[in-house]
Design a protein around this ligand. Structure first.
Ligand SMILES: NC(=O)C1=CN([C@@H]2O[C@H](COP(=O)(O)OP(=O)(O)OC[C@H]3O[C@@H](n4cnc5c(N)ncnc54)[C@H](OP(=O)(O)O)[C@@H]3O)[C@@H](O)[C@H]2O)C=CC1
Ligand SMILES: O=C(O)[C@@H]1CCC=N1
Length: 268
């Protein structure tokens, strides 16, 4: 793929661009970026990564791949603006949360379309992505997409409907963990520790726990029980979580995100 155009040059686009360039999967001179109006941002990305800026939509005519990376609410207008300039051979890769392949086919024509749900950890090669394809994506295109996504983390192929759940879990997932860290830092500071100290301890705790799950290959419940001494501090902490209905809160969190993804798919 010689010309890859990002329609929408926000945080997700930057995470992918950063990951691809850093891991030398796509050279900067094959990447092009376009926004609706924020030209300053395009210059910023050009200065940091050496990518090209699309000045006129005609320039997408010879793109091998157009990546849809605007917010879902802006998708309809974006589709209308690019549809006249897409050539028959241009494939589409969408990172839009909740927008169905069928909707993209209707707006941009029946062509090879892949839908991926990555997350922002792509920027450091640690993304967890789900991907689904329409029937026009060839095996060789599939292997290119998988290669692009494996360069920035892990990728799992699923049927399209499951992307709603993946969006709710790993797409939004980093935000849940950052939110948790915000709460930990707040209480740590209340206990008189510096924010920096809490961050250092808890970031290592998150990373260490993740690595334990990967390397030791025990169930989370087993690992949890190993931390939880009878009558000890963890038990007291978990009891408090249970009193505040932790499981229900997490269930509601993922259910709400999944439902929102389905709403976006319906254009709500
Ligand atoms: N952030 C995340 O963690 C993840 C996001 N996603 C998906 O990625 C997509 C982008 O999200 P994110 O990067 O966070 O969003 P941002 O708001 O950071 O970026 C969106 C960009 O799209 C541009 N844009 C809007 N309309 C158009 C248009 N008509 N043509 C070209 N560009 C346009 C905006 O430009 P301007 O400012 O000029 O309007 C803006 O730079 C979303 O669909 C989201 O669902 C998927 C997985 C994870
Ligand atoms: O919040 C969102 O809609 C996007 C999708 C997953 C992460 N961010």
């Amino acid at each position: 793929m010689q010309k890859i155009v990002f329609m929408g040059a926000g945080s997700m686009a930057e995470a992918l661009i950063h990951g691809w360039i850093k891991n030398e999967v796509v050279p900067a001179n094959q990447i092009y970026v376009k926004n609706r109006s924020n030209v300053e941002r395009l210059h910023e990305l050009r200065n940091i990564y050496g990518v090209h800026i699309i000045e006129q939509l005609e320039e997408i005519k010879d793109a091998d791949l157009v990546i849809l990376a605007m917010k879902p609410k802006d998708a309809r207008v974006a589709f209308e603006s690019i549809a006249p300039y897409l050539s028959e051979n241009t494939a589409i890769l969408s990172v839009l949360a909740g927008i169905a392949i069928e909707t993209i086919e209707k707006a941009l024509g029946v062509r090879p379309i892949a839908r991926v749900m990555p997350n922002t950890s792509a920027a450091i090669g640690m993304a967890a992505s789900g991907i689904a394809f329409n029937e026009y994506v060839t095996d060789s295109q599939k292997s290119i997409y998988l290669q692009l996504l494996e360069a920035i983390g892990i990728v799992i192929e699923v049927e399209e409907d499951k992307l709603h759940a993946i969006t709710a879990l790993s797409g939004s997932g980093p935000a849940y963990l950052y939110y948790l860290l915000e709460a930990w830092e707040k209480i740590g500071v209340e206990f008189g520790l510096s924010k920096e100290t809490v961050r250092k301890l808890m970031v290592q705790t998150i990373a260490g726990s993740a690595m334990m799950l990967q390397k030791v290959k025990e169930e989370p419940e087993v690992l949890r029980r190993k931390v939880t001494s009878p009558g000890g501090t963890t038990e007291a902490g978990i009891k408090a979580l249970e009193n505040f209905r932790f499981n229900e809160a997490i269930y509601a969190c993922i259910k709400s995100a999944e439902a929102r993804s389905r709403e976006l798919a319906r254009g709500e």
